[in-house]
Design a protein around this ligand. Structure first.
Ligand SMILES: Nc1ncnc2c1ncn2[C@@H]1O[C@H](COP(=O)(O)OP(=O)(O)OP(=O)(O)O)[C@@H](O)[C@H]1O
Ligand SMILES: O=c1ccn([C@@H]2O[C@H](COP(=O)(O)O)[C@@H](O)[C@H]2O)c(=O)[nH]1
Ligand SMILES: [Mg+2]
Length: 233
C-alpha cells in the first residue's frame, strides 16, 4: 500500500549543511516510493506483523566486513546482504542503473540512496528469512534517512570494524578478486568518503547506544571471537 510520508524537515534538521542538498534531492523519491510493506501492522488490523531483525555492519574499505559477516551469518543464522554485492549484481545484469553504478563504484563514491534502498528493500522482501546482516550500509547520513523513511526498521546492533588506514589499503591491494575499485587511487577516495560520510553515521548510532566497536586488527579468528559475545546472548 502506498503511503505519503511526513516532511523530512525534522529528520534533516540535525544533518550537516553539506548533506542537505543530497537529502532534499531524495525527497521526491521518498514520497513516491514509501510503502508499509516492511512495517509492523497497526493495532486493530488482522494481518500478521512482519518485522525482520536488522543489524548493520560498518567499517572502512577492506577492513574485513564481508569476511566477518560470512562467519557471523553461518554461526548465528543471519542472511548476509552486502549492498556492494547487490550493486555489482546490477552492473552484471546490465539493468537501467548498471552504467551509473559502475561509474560510481569505480570512482569510490556513494551510489544514490534511491537505488541502494530500492535494491535493499527488494532483497529483504524477497527473502524467506527475517534476520539480516546488512553489510556496508548506510554509508552516509542521507542513506540512513532514506532507509528510515522507506524501510524504517530500527537496527538492533550496529557493528563498526575499526582498523588503521595502512592495514585497510594492504588488505584491499591483496584481495585479488578482480574488483574495479581494488586499486590505490580508488581506495584513497573511498577512505576520504568513509571519513566524511560514513563516520557521521557511526557517531549517530554510537549516540543511540547501538554501536559495537570491534578492533579489526588481528587474525580473522581473533576478530570473530571479539564479535561472538555480541550475538551469543
Ligand atoms: N583479519 C584479517 N587479516 C588479514 N586479511 C584479512 C582479514 N580479514 C579479511 N582479510 C582480507 O582482506 C580483504 C578484504 O576483506 P573483505 O572483503 O572482507 O573486506 P570488506 O570490509 O568487505 O571490504 P569492502 O568494503 O571493500 O567490501 C580480503 O582479501 C580478506 O580475505
Ligand atoms: O550502500 C552502499 C554500498 C556500496 N556502495 C558502493 O559500492 C562500493 C563497494 O561497496 P562494498 O560494500 O565495499 O562492497 C562502494 O565503494 C560504493 O561505491 C554504495 O554506494 N552504497
Ligand atoms: Mg565487502
Amino acid at each position: 500500500m502506498l503511503r505519503r510520508v511526513s516532511p523530512l524537515s525534522k529528520l534533516i534538521s540535525a544533518a550537516k549543511p553539506s548533506l542537505l542538498n543530497q537529502v532534499a534531492c531524495g525527497l521526491n523519491f521518498l514520497e513516491a516510493f514509501s510503502t508499509d510493506a516492511l512495517k509492523p501492522a497497526e493495532a486493530g488490523t488482522t494481518s500478521k506483523p512482519r518485522t525482520p531483525t536488522i543489524n548493520f555492519v560498518l567499517g572502512g574499505p577492506g577492513v574485513g566486513k564481508g569476511t566477518q559477516c560470512t562467519r557471523i551469518a553461518e554461526t548465528f543464522g543471519f542472511t548476509h546482504l552486502s549492498v556492494g554485492d547487490l550493486l555489482r549484481k546490477e552492473i552484471s545484469s546490465d539493468t537501467e542503473y548498471g552504467t551509473m553504478i559502475l561509474e560510481t563504484i569505480t570512482k569510490g563514491k556513494i551510489v544514490a540512496s534511491e537505488v541502494t534502498v530500492k535494491l535493499l528493500k527488494a532483497a529483504i522482501e524477497s527473502s524467506d528469512t527475517d534476520r539480516f546482516l546488512i553489510d556496508g550500509f548506510p554509508r552516509s547520513e542521507e542513506n540512513r534517512v532514506a532507509y528510515e523513511q522507506i524501510i524504517g526498521i530500527e537496527p538492533e546492533v550496529v557493528l563498526f570494524f575499526d582498523c588503521n588506514e595502512e592495514e585497510m589499503v594492504k588488505r584491499i591491494l591483496h584481495r585479488n578478486q578482480g574488483r574495479v575499485d581494488d586499486n590505490l587511487d580508488t581506495t584513497k577516495e573511498r577512505l576520504k568518503v568513509f571519513e566524511a560520510y560514513t563516520l557521521p553515521v557511526i557517531r549517530y548510532y554510537s549516540q543511540k547506544g547501538k554501536l559495537h566497536k570491534i578492533n579489526a586488527i588481528g587474525t580473522e579468528d581473533e576478530i570473530f571471537e571479539r564479535v561472538r559475545p555480541i550475538f551469543a546472548t
